[in-house]
Design a protein around this ligand. Structure first.
Ligand code: AMP
Length: 331
C-alpha cells in the first residue's frame, strides 16, 4: 500500500467546509492507503499565537478528527516527533533562499500580518515554514499528499528539495511526493456566499461541525439567498451553496425534489433551508455524539495519541538515522 500524509494546523473549530473539503476524504483514504495525519502545532507557531490556546487547540483538533473517523493509530501530534525539526534543518541546507522568497503563501501571510499592523513581526519560522512542511512529508516517505490547489507550490518545493537532496548525496533516497487530487466541493459562507466558508472571516461565516443544533439551524435559516447581484435566469450563489450542502450531505432525494421545485419556479427558500438544516443536523449529530463519548474518556484518548505518536516517531527516527548517515553527521 502506498503512503499518504496530510497535516492540519490546530486552528480551533472545524467547519463544514473543512469536513467536505478535506476531512471526509481523509477518513475514506484510510481504506486504500497507509495514511498518516498530523496535527501540526509547530506550524501554528509561525504566526502570532497564545501558548495556552495552542495546547488546547491541538487537543481539540485531535478529538475532532477522531470524532470524524480518523483512526487513532494514524494520528500524531507533530511536536511529539521532534525529528521533524531536525530533518527540517538538514533540508533547509538544501533549500535556496530564492525559492523560499517565491512562495506566494509567505507573501500572503506577511500581507495579512501587515494589514493589522504595518510593523508586524515576521519570523524566520514563517519564512522557513515550507521547509518544515517538506520535512513532514519526506520523513515518512509519503507517496501522495492530498492537497488543494493552494498547496501546489509547497508540494512542488518538497519535490524539488527531495530531488536536490538525492542529487547532492548521489542516492535516490527520498521519494518524490505526488499530489492526490480529489474532487471536493467548495463550501461558501452562509453570511456572504461570494466568499469561501472560513473561520478567518468571523463566526457568522462558518458552520461549526460540532455546533449546537439550535445555532446551526439559525445560521442556515438566515443564510443569504439573494445578494442583490442575481442574473435573471441564473441561480444565485447563496441558493447554489444550499443545494451544494444537500448534495455534499448525500441527501439526494431532498435535493432532487427541491431542485424540481426550483426549476418550476415553485421553490420556497424556507423549505430549501429547512431541508438543508435537517441534512446538516443528521450529518453532524453522530459527530457530536462521538465527541462526547471521547471527552468522557479524555485521559485515555490522550494516552492513546501519545502512544500512536511514539509508534509513528520510530519511523521518523529510522529516517533520521539514515539521513544522518547519508549527510555525514556523526552516527
Ligand atoms: P484551512 O484550515 O482553512 O487551511 O482548511 C483546511 C482544509 O479544509 C483545506 O485544505 C481545504 O481543503 C479545506 N477547506 C477549507 N475551507 C473550505 C471551504 N470553504 N470549502 C471546501 N473546503 C475547504
Amino acid at each position: 500500500m502506498k503512503n499518504v500524509l496530510s497535516c492540519v494546523q490546530p486552528t480551533g473549530d472545524l467547519h463544514l467546509g473543512n469536513y467536505f473539503g478535506a476531512v471526509q476524504n481523509w477518513v475514506k483514504l484510510q481504506d486504500e492507503y497507509n495514511c498518516l495525519y498530523g496535527v501540526v502545532d509547530y506550524h501554528s507557531m509561525t504566526m502570532p499565537y497564545n501558548a495556552t490556546l495552542l495546547r488546547e487547540n491541538t487537543w481539540k483538533m485531535v478529538f475532532y478528527l477522531l470524532a470524524c473517523g480518523i483512526k487513532p493509530e494514524n494520528l500524531f501530534i507533530q511536536s511529539l516527533i521532534p525529528e521533524h525539526i531536525e530533518l527540517s534543518w538538514i533540508l533547509g541546507c538544501t533549500t535556496s533562499y530564492g525559492e523560499l522568497t517565491r512562495m506566494t503563501q509567505f507573501k500572503d501571510k506577511v500581507d495579512q500580518l501587515h494589514e493589522t499592523d504595518k510593523d508586524a513581526f515576521v519570523s524566520l519560522g514563517l519564512f522557513a515554514y515550507p521547509v518544515l512542511q517538506a520535512a513532514d512529508i519526506l520523513i515518512y516517505h509519503a507517496d501522495y499528499v492530498p492537497i488543494g490547489k493552494d498547496q501546489e507550490q509547497h508540494l512542488e518545493l518538497s519535490r524539488n528539495i527531495a530531488q536536490r537532496f538525492n542529487h547532492q548525496f548521489g542516492k535516490e533516497y527520498f521519494v518524490h511526493p505526488a499530489p492526490l487530487y480529489t474532487e471536493t466541493p467548495k463550501i461558501l459562507s452562509p453570511a456572504d456566499p461570494n466568499k469561501k466558508m472560513s473561520k478567518s472571516l468571523g463566526e457568522k461565516h462558518y458552520i461549526n461541525l460540532f455546533g449546537e443544533e439550535d445555532r446551526v439551524r439559525k445560521q442556515i435559516k438566515s443564510a443569504v439567498t439573494d445578494t442583490g447581484e442575481a442574473v435573471e435566469g441564473e441561480m444565485s450563489a447563496g441558493v447554489k451553496n444550499l443545494f451544494e450542502l444537500l448534495r455534499a450531505s448525500k441527501e439526494m432525494d431532498a435535493h432532487d425534489s427541491l431542485m424540481a421545485d426550483y426549476l418550476s419556479n415553485a421553490l420556497r427558500y424556507s423549505d430549501l433551508k429547512e431541508g438543508v438544516a435537517n441534512a446538516v443536523i443528521k450529518l453532524i449529530n453522530p459527530f457530536r455524539e462521538r465527541l462526547a463519548i471521547l471527552q468522557v474518556d479524555e485521559k485515555n484518548v490522550k494516552n492513546q495519541i501519545h502512544e500512536a505518536s511514539a509508534e509513528i516517531r520510530k519511523r521518523a527516527q529510522q529516517t533520521l538515522r539514515e539521513v544522518r548517515d547519508i549527510t555525514g553527521l556523526i552516527v
